[in-house]
Design a protein around this ligand. Structure first.
Ligand SMILES: Nc1ncnc2c1ncn2[C@@H]1O[C@H](COP(=O)(O)OP(=O)(O)O)[C@@H](O)[C@H]1O
Ligand SMILES: O=C(O)C[C@@H](O)[C@H](O)C(=O)COP(=O)(O)O
Length: 336
């Protein structure tokens, strides 16, 4: 089953949200207290996703706010270098800073991130900085959930969603839950539900859907039966190394299995997954195949040091799919 887009649009994906910096520990297998050196990469979930999609050949753009300093300029230069349109990347003039994410790689199973996000420029994106003329040019508006955590970014995102819906632009909502950014679980659930109900596609981990529903240990059937009463036509629920499920409003369900790899660290999986999953959908692959692209891309990125710089080429993804070494012993993709 394929997912249709308006093919007349100039851009494939325009993302809205944060573009930040990842500082990934160079010394692995030790706690961050003992890490002396870090490598700098562009980071921020929505930025990572468009970087991945852009490297795969999609035409992408980014709406966001960066700091007026060396870090902001590094982000803009890197985005340009991978082909992302930065014409709607706003430079903050009020002294707000770029968000930093330090990563700790204690072991392949024990990875964590430490976010420094006080007064970050990305959450100061204003609704007046979101433009209809730009959004309407894209097949997809990719929305990151973290951009809803504070005003004025929250209103900027809600405006962007409204403009997308007015202009036949598919709204893809990546839940991208970062507890650090939110004041309360009730608040998160309110804004997540608001946008999920308006989105065309919702992507998140099982835990993130629980956050949206403000419950513990929810289940996929309940999630989809609720959301399919609203706008979503496709819901993707990820279960880490156990794979992912795609549910269509029309009733089909598909399972994508994770691909075996030598894991270096686990972060970066979700962003690389989303970038290749969306690439495949836009290129007219069916949803089953798109799950394979997402899983293969994630498997490649978890074997490498970064999230953004490590985003694979299409050849790497297709070679991995052809090798077919999935983690479960059951058939690689089961039609349920
Ligand atoms: N250890 C792993 N080895 C190979 N693939 C993985 C591994 N962990 C996750 N993946 C792949 O990445 C996808 C997204 O991972 P997940 O952990 O669910 O998302 P997130 O990074 O957003 O928390 C999974 O569906 C799976 O295909
Ligand atoms: O999203 C961030 O601000 C941090 C990311 O740049 C970092 O690379 C990361 O944690 C990615 O993990 P994922 O969202 O699970 O793919």
């Amino acid at each position: 089953m394929k997912y249709e887009f308006n093919t007349e649009k100039e851009f494939d994906i325009i993302a809205i949200g944060r573009a930040c910096i990842d500082l990934n520990a160079k010394e692995y297998n030790r706690p961050m207290e003992e890490t002396m050196t870090f490598t700098k990469y562009v980071g921020g979930s929505p930025a990572n996703i468009v970087i991945g999609s852009s490297k795969l050949g999609l035409k992408t753009g980014f709406i966001g706010k960066i700091s007026d300093d060396q870090h902001g300029r590094f982000i803009e230069q890197y985005m340009k270098s991978v082909g992302i349109d930065t014409s709607n990347l706003v430079v903050d003039k009020d002294g707000h800073k770029t968000g930093l994410t330090f990563t700790e790689i204690k072991s392949p199973e024990e990875c964590s991130i430490l976010m420094y996000r006080e007064e970050v420029a990305d959450l100061y994106l204003a609704s007046s900085e979101v433009h209809e003329d730009y959004i309407k040019k894209s097949k997809i508006l990719l929305v990151s959930g973290t951009a809803l955590s504070k005003s004025p970014s929250r209103e900027a995102v809600l405006k962007a969603v409204n403009l997308a819906k007015k202009n036949e632009v598919k709204v893809i909502f990546e839940l991208d839950y970062r507890p650090y950014s939110w004041d309360s679980s009730d608040e998160t659930a309110v804004y997540y539900s608001l946008v999920a109900q308006q989105a065309d596609v919702v992507i998140g981990t099982r835990d993130e859907f629980d956050v949206m529903e403000n419950i513990e240990e929810g289940n996929n059937e309940m999630t989809i039966s609720h959301l399919f009463d609203y706008s979503p036509e496709l819901i993707v629920i990820k279960h880490g190394v156990d794979g992912s499920y795609a549910y269509m409003k029309s009733g089909e369900t598909y399972k994508g299995q994770a691909y075996r790899t030598k894991v270096l660290k686990t972060f970066g999986a979700g962003d690389s997954y989303a970038s290749a999953f969306l690439y495949a959908l836009i290129r007219g692959k069916d949803v089953e195949t798109a799950l394979k692209y997402g899983s293969a891309s994630a498997s490649i990125v978890v074997s490498k040091h970064s999230s953004s710089e490590a985003m694979p080429t299409i050849e790497e993804i297709e070679q991995l799919i052809a090798k077919n070494e999935t983690i479960s012993s059951s058939p690689e993709v089961n039609r349920l």
